[in-house]
Design a protein around this ligand. Structure first.
Ligand code: DX5
Ligand code: ZN
Length: 214
């Protein structure tokens, strides 16, 4: 699969509706929403009311990436706000299996996110339960950072694990994705690419989305 999820973190918050409509009209597949609490990551972005507002205009699924401590406390609120795919960090949760079941019981697709330092092997016993694995290819917290090259190897390892176990999880990559590395990332086995700066700081965002899709 080759999906593109523009990250609204890099959108113009004064013209969010305009930017959402651009994504609606484009070849992009999902809206990626980055929620940060200033505790799990050293930055604060936006929360439930903003996701709710995005949902009113978005004509494609909302992929909500929680970069918060105690994520399970907020699953229900994000479900009510209109989330379709909900991901939380492995490093922020002691009971991954329970949290995944919680998300599924709310009727959403469930995904786990791994920081750059977390090996994919930690997912061996949960991969069959996941709809999605999000590999961070930068340290979470900010848009516009440089892609970490080691991510290619992690994509390949994860692809192997998914095939071996006959699992259905999609592989999503987030951070530093651009028109130079998108093709190689899909070739390595990624299914979904998140792109913030590459899309919203581009001269022609719709054309850039088309190029990212390849
Ligand atoms: C970073 C976020 C990303 C971010 C990506 O913590 O998870 O989704 O928006 O931004 P770029 O594509 O600019 O690296
Ligand atoms: Zn993200």
């Amino acid at each position: 699969m080759k999906l593109i999820a523009p990250s609204l973190l890099s959108a113009d918050f004064l013209n969010l509706e305009r930017d959402i409509e651009m994504v609606n009209r484009s070849e992009a597949d999902w809206f990626h929403c980055d929620v940060m609490d200033g505790r799990f990551v050293p930055n604060i972005s936006y929360g439930i009311p903003v996701v709710q507002a995005i949902k009113k205009k978005a004509q494609k699924p909302l992929d909500v990436h929680l970069m918060i401590v105690e994520p399970e406390k907020y699953f229900e609120a994000f479900a009510k706000a209109g989330t379709d795919i909900l991901t939380f960090h492995y490093e922020a949760c002691n009971h991954i299996h329970r949290a995944v079941q919680q998300i599924k019981s709310l009727g959403l697709q469930a995904g786990v996110v791994l920081n750059p330092h977390t090996p994919v092997a930690v997912l061996e016993d949960i991969i069959g339960d996941l709809d999605l694995v999000l590999l961070m290819s930068v340290n979470p917290g900010f848009g516009g950072q440089q892609f970490i090259e080691r991510t290619y190897e992690k994509i390949r390892q994860l692809r192997l694990m998914i095939e071996k176990q006959n699992a259905h999880a999609l592989i999503e990559v987030d951070g530093g994705v651009n028109t130079q590395n998108a093709k190689a990332l899909f070739e390595a086995g990624a299914d979904v690419l998140v792109a913030g700066n590459a899309v919203f700081k581009a001269e022609n965002p719709m054309e850039t989305i088309r190029e990212l899709k390849g």
